[in-house]
Write a protein that binds this ligand. Structure first.
Ligand SMILES: Cc1ncc(COP(=O)(O)O)c(C=O)c1O
Length: 352
């Protein structure tokens, strides 16, 4: 008998499979979805008038337009995180994060909407004015504790034991491994949305997703890889830190998500190109190019970016276009991940 040749056919996961797996997770509605996909025509025009070549299409996925508490990528992340917290029956949430944190704001919004108590321990710039995200946390009922980083953990434990003594059921966000992967999960759903939006816009050519090192771009890339789509990803670093560490963390988190969603592929270091030349002097400190990029998007598109995150991503895109590093056959899809309130903590840089 002739030998039987086994042909291994690699089948992409279907949209429906991902959709069903997302629907099986506990969730608490926080965001206006779908978010729009728009074109940046006036930006393109401005760049080409200055002799900078651009691809035919520069798109922007408006993850800043999720609605609640000024919007942003964490609107999606925290729908799953709040579902997880509520399923666990907790009544008080304790978080530790830094002065500029957008995550701190979204947790305040989620807790307010779900009727949970929320403590935010803010561990740097402890004498800086309460504005931007911290101000919004206060407005949304958060109890704010400001202490240097070395005391943050101790303070979280003290609040935890006080809540237990009073008969409450507290939850410390940074201690829960789910908090590390919910962002990637939220952005699998952005992938679903984006694929449908590209289909209706007739876009099937190569796409370059453009964002920041983090869970959001990783979730999108994980979606694309498992769907077999021709989407690549570039992530601009916004703070110091080794590129290898980003890849290591991303690879581990993506394996956990892949296992949870029964996906064939996780991410490895070749899946996301990381750019480290646009991060400015430090986390939370923009350089002149970032300030210029924010001004340019405001003037050409009426779009607001922020100096800590999206301004750095846009400065990276403009920088790479200027130096001819971008394949002009690709469609660029800039992920606007929000972060708007913190612009006001940098107001002095824009008023001259
Ligand atoms: C506005 C904004 N964009 C992007 C990021 C990058 O990280 P992630 O995608 O994990 O949220 C952050 C991180 O806090 C952020 O606040």
């Amino acid at each position: 008998m002739a030998p039987v040749t086994e042909q291994i056919v690699t089948m992409a996961v279907t949209k429906n499979q991902i959709q069903m797996a997302l629907e099986n997770l506990p969730r608490f509605k926080l965001s206006h979805l779908n978010t729009p996909l728009e074109t940046l025509e006036r930006l393109k025009q401005d760049l080409s008038e200055r002799g900078i070549s651009t691809p035919d299409r520069i798109l922007i996925k408006r993850e800043d337009a999720t609605g609640l508490a000024f919007g942003g990528n964490k609107g999606r992340h925290f729908e799953f995180e709040m579902g997880h917290i509520l399923e666990g029956g907790f009544d008080t949430v304790i978080n530790i994060n830094h002065y500029h944190s957008n995550q701190a704001r979204f947790l305040a919004a989620g807790c307010a909407k779900a009727g949970l108590k929320y403590h935010i321990i803010s561990t740097d710039m402890v004498t800086a004015p309460i504005t931007g995200n911290l101000l919004l946390c206060k407005l949304m009922g958060a109890v704010i504790h400001r202490t240097p980083a070395e005391y943050g953990r101790q303070m979280a434990e003290k609040i935890f034991s006080d809540v237990v003594k009073d008969g409450g059921n507290p939850y410390i966000l940074p201690d829960d491994p789910f908090a590390d992967i919910m962002g990637m999960i939220g952005f699998l759903e952005t992938g679903l949305e984006l694929e449908k939006q590209f289909e209706s816009a007739g876009i099937d050519g190569p796409v370059q997703l453009w964002g920041l090192t983090g869970r959001s771009i990783a979730g999108l890339r994980l979606y694309a890889k498992n769907r077999g789509l021709n989407w690549q990803a570039t992530a601009v670093q916004y703070s110091p830190g080794k590129i290898e560490d980003f890849h290591k963390i991303t690879s581990r988190r993506s394996s956990e998500v892949a296992e949870m969603f029964d996906l064939k592929y996780s991410l490895n270091e070749s899946d996301i190109t990381v750019l480290e030349n646009y991060r400015g002097p430090a986390y939370g400190e923009p350089d002149e190019e970032v300030i210029n990029a924010i001004r340019l998007l405001g003037k050409t598109e009426g779009l607001i970016l922020d100096p800590n995150y999206t301004g750095k991503a846009m400065s990276g895109l403009i920088g790479e276009l200027k130096t001819g590093q971008i394949d002009l056959n690709e469609t660029i899809c800039f992920i606007h991940s929000g972060g708007l309130p913190q612009l006001f903590a940098h107001a002095d840089k824009f008023t001259e």
